[in-house]
Ligand binder design. Sequence first.
Ligand code: NAI
Ligand SMILES: O=C(O)[C@@H](O)C(=O)[C@H](O)[C@@H](O)CO
Length: 356
Amino acid sequence: MSYQHRITLLGTGTIGLSMAALHLRRPDTSVTLYDPRPDLESQVHELLPGFLSSSYPKQEQKDGDKGIIQTLLSTSRLRLSASLEDACRGATIIQEQTPETISSKQALWTQVKGFADPTAHLWSSSSGIAASAQCATCPVGGNDVRSRLLVAHPFNPPHLMPLVEIVPGPETKADRVEFVTRYFDTTPGPLPLPASSSSSSSSESQSQSQQTEGYYRPIILHKEISGFVGNRLAFALLREACHLVGEGVVSARDLDAIVTASLGPRWAGSGVFESYHAGGGEGGIGAFLQKLMPTLQPVWRDLGQTEISTEGGEKWREMVVHQTEEAYGLYTAERRKSKEEMLREVVAMQQRRWSD
Ligand SMILES: NC(=O)C1=CN([C@@H]2O[C@H](COP(=O)(O)OP(=O)(O)OC[C@H]3O[C@@H](n4cnc5c(N)ncnc54)[C@H](O)[C@@H]3O)[C@@H](O)[C@H]2O)C=CC1
Ligand SMILES: O=C(O)[C@@H](O)C(=O)[C@H](O)[C@@H](O)CO
């Protein structure tokens, strides 16, 4: 069977396997996995079923979770490749989720350039390394990388989290940006969670085609910037959180509770600017900024300038690590599954109740 999209995923770690589950929701897409790790096959058989459970109703997972992998392999919707060259051959999309180091990504794209079809789309899942930096050492001429490469930055786990930050490089062609945006716009989301065990059969009986389209939120950035937008916002909050714990103002557990008991619910429905626009009364955000200036400005000046570098950072890092480990202990698979189910419910609520 031929597929409209033949996507090759380079790297099958945390993001790679979640991405595989995302792409396998598309009936028009086949997925090839390549990773030099020696345990690729066992890792895929052990871990991918867990990600696929949000995509395939139980009755399609013949012989239990592990049967789904055999089914996908036997129908060639999923393929494991033993070499980068073989993995790239014939792919219409090549997406990397390899380690976040600029040197390894530069080396990878230089290799891919020699193996990929000249028409293949090239996507990076990088958390913050710009496309222009990743292809800076790619030889020019021949199968051009610069006009095809862009960042499609997901939030973890991509098989559940709607945001995809699309960050083209200065030479990325507009049709490449249009394609990736349309691709994620038309990629179905996870199956709805069963409302309750009594209704699970009806919910799980939903076919894959009934899965929500318009689930994913590809958002195009107009400029390359380190960390893009989502991570810059998240890292600004993390920096202040580390500062507050390091200064003994609040414990890590209580800081998390402050976030999940206020900002979390608020921002699930209204973003930063909409929230303050609403909070500004009749005058909206303009009035809010004016009214809050006497408080806002000194707080902005007082925000922690925490440095991640080790010199002098030992104190707050020790406190953050110790208090977080004390609060949550070993992060179990059960806790991770429970949090993922909550994430699915939150996103389902968002998609039910609010348009843009
Ligand atoms: N972990 C996260 O929360 C998120 C990570 N990302 C980005 O995704 C990328 C991957 O991150 P993770 O999945 O967390 O890393 P990971 O360490 O879990 O997985 C990386 C995988 O790449 C493989 N690999 C190494 N060199 C390779 C090569 N030359 N070709 C193919 N595979 C190779 C490794 O064997 C490993 O399995 C990074 O760029 C990261 O910034 C993006 C969003 C969220
Ligand atoms: O938070 C996320 O899931 C993503 O924005 C990320 O890129 C990761 O947190 C990354 O910063 C760490 O790998």
